[in-house]
Design a protein around this ligand. Structure first.
Ligand SMILES: [Zn+2]
Ligand SMILES: [Zn+2]
Length: 274
């Protein structure tokens, strides 16, 4: 896998030992779920049990289709050891499950407010739970990097282990994908399950001067989007969910998709002719 890395990836960030857990260096023998199984069941509902393929909005290259909670497409390659994937990251996974359940079951968070408060999700311990949630995101990003042959920098691993406040080397933003939001509403209009879990392509990130400075991607469920940039050398981390209890999520239409596309692309509304 590493031999296929593009030449612009700095050599010191290339994974030297793909058989090692990128977190602790032990034997990588465990596959991390790209999405938590609870998300898959929660967002697919009964639809996947009927064998339906989840429908996605066309016009974008990043929407991967998945067919159920045990699909191999939901799992990363073996990039972690079982201990890191299970017990070490258990508090992170738990914080994420609480977060995603709240977002999925409070539709007004995305549809009206475009914001939420951590304290409404986690109660008085929200600061610690936010730290665990951020580390879930970092774990997911580290698995993506490792799968694609990049080594997570030591500062990021130190952060996972508990040091520091903001995740170094990373810019993370929570957002509302308005195209996914519209698609979900349209599916409900037809009485169908809203189901969409997806991963973005993983590509190069270029700064304003045209220099290649990192990689980026995003992942999410339904309309919720976590967009991230991994900076090779910029250690200081940034995010739009660290300043206060309240988080204002970015609202965006993916390139090439506009309001009304969900209806225009719908074969039911268009008598089989999208
Ligand atoms: Zn490990
Ligand atoms: Zn329709």
């Amino acid at each position: 896998m590493t031999s296929q890395l593009p030449s612009w990836i700095p050599s010191h960030l290339q994974r030297a030992r793909p058989d090692q857990c990128w977190w602790c260096g032990g034997l990588a023998d465990s596959r991390e779920h790209r999405h938590k199984k609870s998300d898959v069941v929660g967002t697919f509902g009964k639809a996947w049990m009927r064998g339906q393929v989840v429908r996605v909005v066309n016009g974008s290259s990043y929407l991967g289709q998945v067919q159920g909670p045990n699909s191999d497409t939901l799992k990363f390659a073996k990039v972690l050891c079982a201990n890191c994937n299970n017990s070490r990251s258990q508090p992170f996974d738990a914080a994420y499950e609480t977060f995603s359940r709240y977002v999925r079951t409070n539709s007004r968070v995305g549809e009206e407010y475009f914001s939420f408060k951590f304290s409404n999700i986690y109660g008085s311990d929200w600061r610690n739970e936010r730290e665990a949630l951020v580390r879930y995101f970092v774990k997911a990003i580290g698995c993506r990097l490792a799968e694609d042959g990049l080594q997570t920098p030591k500062a990021v691993i130190d952060f996972l282990d508990g040091s520091g406040k903001r995740a170094p080397h990373l810019n993370m933003e929570m957002g509302v994908n308005l195209a996914k939001l519209e698609m979900g509403k349209h599916m409900k209009f037809h009485g169908e399950e809203e189901g969409s879990l997806w991963l973005g392509d993983h590509g190069p990130w270029v700064d304003n001067a045209g220099a290649l400075v990192g990689t980026w991607s995003f992942f999410g469920f339904q309309w919720f989007t976590l967009t991230w940039v991994f900076f090779f050398d910029r250690v200081r981390g940034r995010s739009n969910f660290y300043n206060s209890d309240k988080v204002e999520m970015n609202q965006f239409w993916p390139p090439g998709i506009a309001a009304g596309d969900a209806e225009r692309a719908c074969t039911v509304c268009n008598h089989g002719h999208p």
